[in-house]
Design a protein around this ligand. Structure first.
Ligand code: UDP
Length: 257
């Protein structure tokens, strides 16, 4: 614990902490067990959630890297932490939707579960004080949050991530309804490129069982349905990244096989 506390903390968010990394240009991303929704108005600790999101996000980012979709991810370090490249986060959430749900259903009166005629991309300005308002490309360029080229890059990354994730999840009986990514500017030598950053996990996706439509994502928490950890465990198990009896919660001794 002492060694951990000596590390410089760069940033603490709702579900993650960033520490300085072992080398310049790297950071350590630590997954907490905090579950929050409605801009932190709802907050609980879900013992083991951080461990699951660390593993699920590692799995996804490794695959994205492998198919040539650039990300900030380098490697997982331990149960709760991963080594990442330091990027300049663009203050936008990029949401891709395949099926109507959540705020789209509420705002536009389209029943949840209605397949969309095509995938829809939306941008939200990351600003807690404003509850992350939806913004258009006009706002993004006028206020200098990203350039037109960067918007193009983020949209093409988002579509590639959507295609990959849709295929990955459908192969394990899960429908990808929608998800959110964040992007960052990675500076290397004299070059800058846009990469996928943050995390991709059941905290940031809507995932429904193909057969039953059962929700396997953070909506279980947002809507007080219970069974959040079990749902995330189910996702991890289906992806083959969690051994049947591997404990994710609690701090007791772990059997080393
Ligand atoms: N999302 C997210 N973080 C946010 C807002 C949304 O990860 O701060 C994800 C959410 O999990 C869902 C998608 O983005 O997969 C679309 O969310 P929506 O706009 O429907 O908002 P919500 O209903 O979650 O408020």
């Amino acid at each position: 614990m002492k060694a951990m506390n000596r590390r410089r903390r760069i940033y603490e968010g709702k579900a993650k902490i960033l520490y300085e990394g072992p080398e310049p240009g790297t950071l350590i991303q630590h997954f907490k067990d905090d579950a929050t929704a409605f801009n932190k108005k709802k907050h609980e600790i879900v013992d083991g959630k951080g461990v699951l999101n660390n593993r699920i996000s590692e799995y996804i980012f490794n695959h994205l890297n492998a198919i040539g979709i650039p990300t900030h991810f380098i490697k997982r370090l331990n149960m709760r932490e991963q080594l990442i490249r330091e990027v300049e986060i663009i203050p936008l959430e990029i949401v891709v939707r395949n099926v109507a749900a959540g705020s789209l259903s509420t705002r536009l009166g389209i029943d949840e579960g209605t397949p969309l005629p095509r995938s829809i991309i939306e941008f939200y300005y990351k600003k807690d004080e404003l509850d992350d308002p939806m913004v258009s490309e006009e706002h993004i360029t006028a206020f200098g949050w990203a350039s037109p080229q960067e918007i193009d890059d983020m949209m093409s990354l988002a579509i590639r991530v959507n295609d990959f994730l849709s295929g990955l999840f459908v192969s394990v009986g899960i429908r990808l309804i929608d998800f959110k990514i964040e992007c960052g500017r990675l500076y290397e030598n004299d070059m800058m490129r846009i990469v996928v950053a943050d995390e991709i996990s059941p905290d940031s996706c809507r995932l429904w069982d193909v057969e039953s439509d059962e929700k396997l994502d953070k909506d279980r928490f947002r809507r007080d349905m219970g069974g959040l950890l079990e749902a995330y465990q189910d996702v991890a198990r289906r992806l083959g990244i969690l051994n049947e009896n591997e404990p994710v919660a609690g701090t007791g001794p772990v059997l080393v096989k």
